[in-house]
Design a protein around this ligand. Structure first.
Ligand code: MG
Ligand code: MG
Length: 288
């Protein structure tokens, strides 16, 4: 991969991506608040769609064509229990106490994209499953924390994988991963959830990436259902998925889809003090 394939954003462009990221954050917050036993995944989709529309944004999920030929029909992916990613919202699918659900959502504002995801329990869930969710989320934060200028792309995958492996025998999905993001939802480079430290693309300020670990209680293998979208675990074990969009900046990673730019969680990873919200990007030009 050459640097020519990589879209480095200007500071002003990162600011636009932040605006898109906040729409995604608001949509996910609204969905999170509505996750209760009895709600349908189609109702959750309608909630997200309202937030996106009210913000003057559009969905980058609805109508998206992936590897398959069927356009995605909704603004969120809603993946329940053994569904890993790309689940299609369904009015007939109502959540039950003890389920887990992964919500993935994106939005486009002024031509710039945001993309984020979380997994949550429906009511009370099995503590071992909750631990998997926590491990998946923490691995995402550790991957983002590794996204520093001058580092390497492999540092991110290494941080994700090594943390997950340290926590238990979880499967880590290899067929899907994170990606560059900007004027399209999916840009180069691919951001794997495994990697070797010190290897791969040099991370530069203005590089904007989505980091999105997917892990499961069982083995890592997945299959795609006949709907052309829904990815399930091959062994039926339950799975988790967390994602944020962040920018590599001179001052460290800034998480564009987190209300506080990720300051608190990144400080925890780095065992540093919380210093409050940073300004977006920095006064320094990225053009060098
Ligand atoms: Mg996503
Ligand atoms: Mg993504």
């Amino acid at each position: 991969m050459t640097d020519d394939d990589i879209h480095i954003k200007t500071e002003a462009e990162v600011v636009k991506m932040r605006a898109a990221g906040l729409v995604v954050s608001a949509a996910l917050d609204a969905v999170r608040a509505a996750i209760v036993p009895g709600v349908s995944t189609a109702e959750l989709n309608a909630i997200a769609e309202r937030v996106i529309t009210d913000a003057g944004a559009t969905s980058n999920f609805k109508g998206y064509r992936g590897g398959g030929s069927t356009p995605f029909p909704a603004v969120i992916c809603a993946s329940v229990n053994d569904e890993v990613v790309h689940g299609i919202p369904d009015a007939g699918h109502r959540l039950r106490e003890g389920d887990i659900i992964s919500i993935d959502c994106g939005a486009v504002l002024d031509g710039w994209h945001g993309d984020a995801a979380f997994t949550a329990g429906v009511g009370a869930i099995d503590p071992a499953v909750q631990k998997m969710l926590d491990v998946c989320e923490e691995s995402m934060w550790r991957g983002i924390a590794a996204g520093v200028a001058g580092g390497r792309l492999g540092d991110i995958g290494f941080a994700v994988e090594s943390y997950v492996r340290s926590q238990g025998p979880y499967g880590i999905v290899e067929e899907y991963g994170g990606h560059g993001i900007g004027t399209q939802m999916h840009q180069k480079p691919h951001v794997a959830n495994h990697g070797r430290r010190g290897r791969g693309l040099v991370l530069r300020p203005g590089l904007t990436l989505a980091v999105e670990p997917m892990i499961m209680m069982g083995r890592r293998h997945v299959a795609t259902l006949e709907d052309d979208w829904t990815v399930v675990t091959a062994d039926g074990s339950w799975a988790a998925h967390f994602e944020h969009t962040f920018a590599v900046t001179p001052g460290g990673p800034q998480v564009l889809t987190a209300p506080d730019l990720g300051v608190q969680r990144l400080a925890a990873v780095n065992r540093g003090a919380v210093v409050g919200s940073q300004p977006i990007y920095s006064e320094r030009s990225i053009h060098s």
